[in-house]
Design a protein around this ligand. Structure first.
Ligand SMILES: Nc1ncnc2c1ncn2[C@@H]1O[C@H](COP(=O)(O)OP(=O)(O)O)[C@@H](O)[C@H]1O
Ligand SMILES: [Mg+2]
Length: 264
């Protein structure tokens, strides 16, 4: 049904290990609509990646519910078919594409593999789809013929995005996806993500510790601290008029254009 959020997280709780271990995610609720970008922000250890891992099915919630495209994801997928179905709804782009790319596999084959997983196409249709995906992320047919080592960090991240898009997902979770890149390359990848979203209406859950990138990409923001939501709302409001002292502190420690060090 159009109009319903593509992600609905309600009262999510996660503890690792024992029942008396601390909640690393503690009563977190948010929704994401089609075509929108929600940034999950907070310092290291805030629980951001854990939420991403639960959304992608790599971790199981302790309690609370997670729905993607209206379907419950609180329990792991039981079958290959169900995993593939979930992959067609939601894809992950991680910080370091080196961990997801086979160093010996040519880029074209890596993308073709992702295409083959999600669509039944003839070999020539598949080659055409790989060419389209390379083009969509700003790479050339030449890049299909090389291995990951021959690419820059920004180019590798473009390959990871192409592989995620091969599934034509409703949602992409990006966990610190631009954090390892230089600021200028970061800006290029963020522009690419914005352009792709304008074309496809894909929703993004954009996980970052860096508020400077939030300004460039997010419509909505959830600020997390020690697993709990400190503040949430529209990005403009949160970035320009943060209500909570913790958000103000995070913003004050983020260098940005025109930034001057706070007085001591
Ligand atoms: N697999 C795990 N087992 C046990 N503890 C974990 C595991 N993953 C993360 N944690 C702990 O959960 C907390 C939140 O981690 P994480 O979700 O990675 O935060 P963030 O991505 O915001 O840095 C941290 O205290 C971390 O040490
Ligand atoms: Mg993390």
């Amino acid at each position: 049904m159009s109009g319903d959020p593509v992600i609905r997280v309600s009262h999510l709780v996660k503890r690792y290990g024992h029942a008396d271990a601390p909640n690393v995610v503690d009563d977190v609720s948010f929704t994401v609509d089609q075509g929108r970008t929600l940034a999950l922000v907070g310092e290291s250890g805030a629980g951001k990646s854990t939420i991403g891992a639960i959304l992608t099915g790599l971790q199981t919630a302790t309690s609370g519910t997670v729905q993607v495209c209206g379907e419950d994801r609180s329990r792991p997928a039981r079958s290959t078919r169900s995993r593939r179905h979930r992959g067609s709804q939601l894809q992950l782009v991680a910080q370091d594409p080196f961990t997801s790319l086979n160093p010996r596999q040519k880029i074209g084959d890596a993308i073709a593999e992702a295409v083959a997983l999600h669509c039944r196409l003839s070999p020539s249709q598949r080659r055409e789809r790989v060419r389209e995906l390379l083009d969509a992320v700003g790479l050339t047919p030449h890049h299909a013929t090389v291995t990951p080592r021959a690419l820059s960090g920004g180019q590798r991240q473009r390959v990871a995005i192409a592989r995620a898009l091969a599934a034509q997902p409703e949602v992409v979770v990006l966990d610190e996806a631009v954090s390892a890149l230089d600021v200028s390359v970061q800006a290029q990848v963020l522009n690419l993500l914005n352009d792709l979203q304008a074309q496809t209406r894909t929703a993004y859950v954009f996980i970052t510790h860096d508020l400077a990138v939030v300004r460039q990409i997010a419509h909505d923001v959830v600020v997390l601290r020690h697993g709990r939501i400190v503040e949430q709302g529209e990005a403009n409001a949160i970035l320009n008029q943060p209500q909570q002292p913790y958000t103000q502190l995070l913003l004050a420690s983020t260098p940005r254009p025109g930034w001057t060090p706070p007085p001591r």
